[in-house]
Design a protein around this ligand. Structure first.
Ligand SMILES: Cc1cc2c(cc1C)N(C[C@H](O)[C@H](O)[C@H](O)COP(=O)(O)OP(=O)(O)OC[C@H]1O[C@@H](n3cnc4c(N)ncnc43)[C@H](O)[C@@H]1O)c1[nH]c(=O)[nH]c(=O)c1N2
Ligand SMILES: CC(=O)C(=O)O
Ligand SMILES: [Mn+2]
Length: 520
């Protein structure tokens, strides 16, 4: 035991001699340095542990560098046109555009690997671009560099219907996958509303309306092909592996899920599929108060009803929803529900939920049994973020995204609503409440910076409240550039340091999506 620790200390010493930032590395961090060292000793992975500031010093993207990019992917697949850079310099959120210097459209994993190596050798920032539907400014090129658009890699590599899994390339969107596999009777249910790329969903650990039944990306990814900063290609669970369980070493798959383009570029994902339910039933029910709607949710969950969707909209959200999507719903706190299963199981779930809702003064149940009605309802629900921004013409969405343990949800939502009133802010509340996750969608108009300051303060208060109630500042949208200052508050300085050590080990030159996740 003593010999072992001496060996580790010696190894640590030699590692530390390569580090730029030694001071203040506590015992906890040293353990991680040892991990990093073990990784770095695998020469082939190319992972080196050189500690640098998390802020990269980007080399300029010169004409010669652009020529090098063109020689890798072909002339037609590199653009420096302002319109193309602009399109790739922002997502769907309020964050203001920051342009990359060049956009590269990769056609293969070999392209991705060679472009990564070139950027790494020249210390040029590299930002993976999935489909640009993120809500935390994840693709903004904060330090310029190369935006690597991988949306044209659109092959479905394999579908193993008998094992309920499939493998897709980075450009395949959730909608495209579901159209492709429709004939198999299977589908991929994780549903962030937007038609995001499956690999982008891995990168942000997305979820959405039916995570309550089927889980988030974390529970649904079995394996990923990832290109590291230096161009190394690895499979997080081993090449061709797709078992439901594994105890083989560290869980690299879940390290890359939610890494937001800062650890590697996900070029393929092997994900779980589910049978399309035999019967589906949707409903809307209205309540006199937020408390009663959310209490209903908690009781439904605590009764163990395997509900597929249970979505909350407050009266402001219903109002925006009616106006934008031409519905005529009662303007009151409401739940949108969906049940999946056999006809008898759906009937049983319906009865239990109806009884619980009625006990909480839920009324005006409206059932949608046919597919057209259901699709219209859920399409409108998915567009709610646009319905909220339409309240202020010319605005963009600022979305909060807290998630708390379900028993704390009623208190957090009620307090949030009181804070909104006190601050006199317009902000409809919408939530995937079965998971304890909810958003306020603030319409933000950049011509009114004072309103944005107020919204940011409110958003921070909400996040702190959620953390105090044992929750998180982001259930599903990620840290991106919007929540960087909150990460340390959530995971603690030790957690943050551990994350920085992992980042430094995988990306010693800090080229991958610099300026994201970590506080500035
Ligand atoms: C109308 C609407 C509604 C919703 C949402 C958006 C919109 C516009 N979202 C957010 C969004 O759809 C979600 O974050 C997606 O997972 C982003 O996938 P993209 O492919 O668009 O990634 P996008 O291109 O926006 O990139 C997002 C981040 O991931 C990185 N990235 C993308 N692809 C990568 C890859 N292949 N390898 C490595 N890094 C990669 C990027 O660098 C960036 O940091 C959401 N989300 C949610 O969870 N629940 C919800 O309810 C909703 N609802
Ligand atoms: C935008 C988002 O997260 C939602 O509509 O749930
Ligand atoms: Mn959401």
């Amino acid at each position: 035991m003593r010999d072992m620790s001496m060996t580790l200390d010696l190894t640590l010493t030699s590692l530390l001699s390569n580090c730029d930032r030694l001071q203040g590395v506590n015992m906890f961090s040293q353990k991680f340095i040892r991990h990093a060292l073990l990784l770095s000793s695998r020469g082939k992975s190319g992972i080196r542990c050189r500690f640098r500031s998390t802020q990269a010093i980007a080399e300029k993207v010169t004409d010669g560098f652009v020529e090098d990019l063109r020689s890798i992917v072909g002339k037609a697949n590199v653009s420096t046109a302002e319109a193309v850079r602009d399109q790739h310099g922002h997502d769907e959120s309020y964050h203001e555009t920051t342009l990359p210097d060049a956009v590269v459209f990769a056609q293969s994993v070999e392209h991705v690997s060679k472009v990564a190596k070139l950027c790494n050798d020249n210390v040029v920032p590299l930002i993976p671009f999935g489909s640009g539907t993120g809500l935390e400014g994840g693709i903004n090129a904060l330090k310029g560099g190369v935006c690597l658009d991988i949306s044209q890699m659109k092959n479905v590599i394999e579908v193993n219907a008998e094992d309920f899994d499939c493998t897709v390339e980075s450009g395949v969107t959730r909608g495209e996958l579901n159209s492709y596999i429709r004939d198999t009777g299977l589908n991929f249910p994780v549903d962030p509303g937007a038609d995001a790329s499956v690999c982008g969903m891995c990168a942000t650990s997305a979820s959405g309306t039916n995570a309550v039944r089927y889980g988030t990306m974390r529970e649904n990814v079995l394996n990923m092909e990832v290109v590291l900063a230096d161009g190394t290609v690895l499979w997080t669970a081993g090449k061709n592996k797709r078992s439901r369980k594994t105890s083989a070493g560290y869980n690299l798959t879940n390290l890359f899920v939610g890494s937001e383009g800062t650890l590697g570029i996900i070029t393929k994902a092997t994900i779980r599929l589910y049978g399309i339910p035999e019967a589906t039933l949707s409903a809307v029910v209205h309540f006199p108060s937020i408390q009663e709607a959310v209490d209903t949710t908690v009781q439904v969950m605590q009764c163990g009803v395997p509900i597929a969707r249970i979505e909350f909209l407050d009266e402001a959200a219903i109002d925006a929803f009616n106006k934008y999507s031409k519905f005529d719903m009662k303007v009151a706190p409401s739940l949108f529900l969906e049940f999946h299963g056999s006809p008898s199981s759906v009937e049983e779930q319906k009865e239990v939920v109806e009884e619980i809702a009625k006990m909480n003064n839920g009324s005006n149940f409206k059932w949608a049994t046919n597919a057209d009605e259901r699709n219209r309802l859920w399409k409108a629900r998915h567009e709610i973020v646009y319905a909220c921004t339409a309240l202020v013409p010319g605005s963009k969405p600022y979305s909060t995204d807290v998630c708390v343990p379900i028993s704390n949800l009623p208190a957090v939502i009620v307090q949030t609503k009181e804070m909104l009133k006190k601050e006199n802010l317009v902000g409809p509340i919408v939530g995937h409440v079965g998971d304890g996750n909810f958003h306020i969608f603030f319409p933000v108009d950049h011509d009114h910076p004072e309103a944005l300051t107020k919204i940011k303060a409110m958003s921070e208060k909400m996040s702190l409240l959620a953390m105090e109630m044992h929750g998180t500042c982001t259930g599903e949208h990620g840290i991106g550039m919007g929540k960087r200052e909150l990460l340390e508050k959530e995971v603690g300085i030790e957690g943050l340091r551990a994350m920085q050590i992992v980042k430094n080990a995988f990306d010693p030159n800090q080229i991958l999506n610099p300026g994201k996740i970590f506080p500035v």
